[in-house]
Design a protein around this ligand. Structure first.
Ligand SMILES: Cc1cc2nc3c(=O)[nH]c(=O)nc-3n(C[C@H](O)[C@H](O)[C@H](O)COP(=O)(O)O)c2cc1C
Length: 195
């Protein structure tokens, strides 16, 4: 089975720049190959504020939107997070989406593409890494960054020199770790079935 990598667009606001970045990253990933890539746009998943009473660890979901989200996330081997910086962190909508489920994230790999003002979203990415560690998502080192000032100076997204190479390098790390962690999940599932 080919690896499945979900590219998660972490911005939901009207007029967001993230959709142009997502489109370009998805095209770059398809050209790169090595896995099946799919865009996960949080704006398409009307999760609302976390409205499940149970501990996500137990997976006893009450609402159809949670079950749909669970099934979607469960089907991926790894992720690429496209993360804008909002007030030196990542968007609340993304934190909410992460909090909805737990086991579905476990033992998977992720890369981060951050974007923002002159700091290019690096503080958002650092904050996201802490949360992903708790979700048992292994984040790779390579981290392409996009400063919105030069990249959107005409209004439309113009990838700066070197971004394509940086994204491809990050994808290589995500593919390698996603493959290895698929093995970890299979070993755990076999051990669970035997117990
Ligand atoms: C609520 C909000 C807070 C922001 N805070 C920061 C910030 O702390 N640092 C920064 O560099 N840019 C900040 N920005 C600029 C965004 O990173 C930039 O506008 C980016 O394009 C947002 O992504 P989006 O257009 O996909 O939503 C902020 C933007 C918004 C809307």
């Amino acid at each position: 089975m080919p690896l499945r990598i979900g590219i998660i667009l972490g911005s939901t606001r009207p007029g967001r720049r993230g959709d142009q970045i997502a489109s370009w990253v998805l095209d770059t990933a398809h050209a790169h190959g090595g896995a099946d890539y799919e865009l996960i746009d949080l704006a398409d998943h009307r999760l609302g504020n976390l409205d499940e009473g149970g501990n996500p660890n137990l997976q006893q979901y009450e609402h159809p939107h949670t079950r749909d989200w669970s099934e979607l996330i469960d089907g991926f081997d790894g992720f690429v997070f496209l993360v804008p910086e909002y007030n030196h962190s990542f968007p609340g909508a993304l934190k909410n989406a992460l909090d909805y489920v737990y086991r579905e994230w476990n033992d998977k790999a992720a890369g981060i593409v951050s974007y923002g003002g002159w700091a290019a979203g690096v503080r958002a990415a650092e904050a996201l890494r802490l949360v992903l560690a708790e979700l048992q998502v292994a984040t790779v080192r390579a981290q392409p960054t996009i400063s919105t000032h030069p990249s959107f100076h005409t209004g439309a997204f113009v990838p700066q020199e070197g971004l394509d190479t940086a994204v491809r390098g990050m994808l290589d790390q995500v593919i390698a770790w996603s493959g290895a962690l698929r093995g970890v999940r299979e070993t755990k599932a076999e051990a669970g079935a035997a117990a």
